[in-house]
Design a protein around this ligand. Structure first.
Ligand code: ADP
Ligand code: ADP
Length: 226
């Protein structure tokens, strides 16, 4: 079974706009996968459907063989999602943002606190644990989103434009962090509109444009064609 299998996925928004025109994608367990495409291509729509924040119009999505229509509660345990927009409660402390998330997965408080400490330390946010999250810089907020997404130690981490608006130094350290997670076995899927980001980090790549997958190959094969 694949980590993610998407079959003929379509999304038409209320206003009639077709953001996904029937995409097919398979991502293997352990892969480091990029969904590359320009703004408006449909990347966030696809991520939104995977994390059930957006309803699909048709098609199917399975996560480790679990169809999201059949058992989303089970499927979502495999996934950690880092959306593009900051969506934590800005008045909560950094520590509580992460611990609160654990509640959605039925993780008991002592374990939640232990993991929050582990991931906040790994993401270099531990000294900010008692700070209200609204006080953080953009880069720190981004790292907080990642720590929160890891609280249930998901098999697959999905990052929507993780380095958008992040300065070059932090971008490098985020790349290193994500690479290490992948080396430890976490399947990574990221969306980006930078070819450079995809080629430096990822193993496999799908290129999406106007709601259609126009290329789906390994990064090394793609580079040979350029
Ligand atoms: P990307 O993440 O690749 O930039 P999106 O998935 O955000 O692309 O958007 C794909 C297309 O769908 C864009 O043209 C966008 O304007 C449109 N779109 C996104 N959300 C909505 C919505 N709620 N209603 C109508 N159109 C939308
Ligand atoms: P947007 O228009 O930016 O999607 P919404 O107010 O519609 O904002 O959605 C609120 C945000 O809260 C969503 O983007 C979603 O990522 C986040 N959210 C909602 N429920 C949860 C949850 N259980 N765990 C994590 N994030 C959540």
């Amino acid at each position: 079974t694949y980590a993610i299998e998407i079959r003929d996925l379509k999304k038409q928004y209320e206003n009639g706009f077709e953001a996904l025109k029937g995409i097919n994608l398979k991502v293997k367990k352990g892969d480091f996968f990029a969904l590359l495409g320009p703004n408006g291509a449909g990347k966030s729509t696809a991520i939104g459907i995977l994390s059930s924040l957006v309803n699909k119009s048709s098609g199917s999505v399975s996560i480790f063989g679990v169809d999201i229509d059949q058992d989303f509660a089970k499927a979502k345990k495999y996934l950690g999602v880092v959306p593009q927009e900051f969506n934590f409660n800005v008045f909560e402390t950094v520590f509580n943002v992460v611990v609160t998330q654990a509640g959605f997965y039925g993780i008991k408080r002592p374990l939640a606190m232990e993991r929050a400490e582990k991931y906040l330390k790994l993401l270099d946010l531990w000294d900010k644990k008692d700070t209200q999250s609204r006080m953080l810089s953009g880069g720190m907020k981004r790292r907080l989103m990642i720590a929160r997404a890891l609280i249930h130690e998901p098999e697959v981490l999905i990052l929507d434009e993780p380095t958008a608006g992040v300065d070059i130094e932090l971008r490098r350290s985020m790349w290193e962090f994500i690479k290490k997670l992948n080396e430890q076995g976490t399947t990574i899927i990221l969306t980006t509109h930078y070819l450079e980001e995809a080629e430096q980090l990822c193993r496999n790549i799908a290129i999406i444009n106007s709601g259609e997958i126009v290329e789906n190959t390994s990064v090394s094969a793609l580079l040979k064609t350029l």
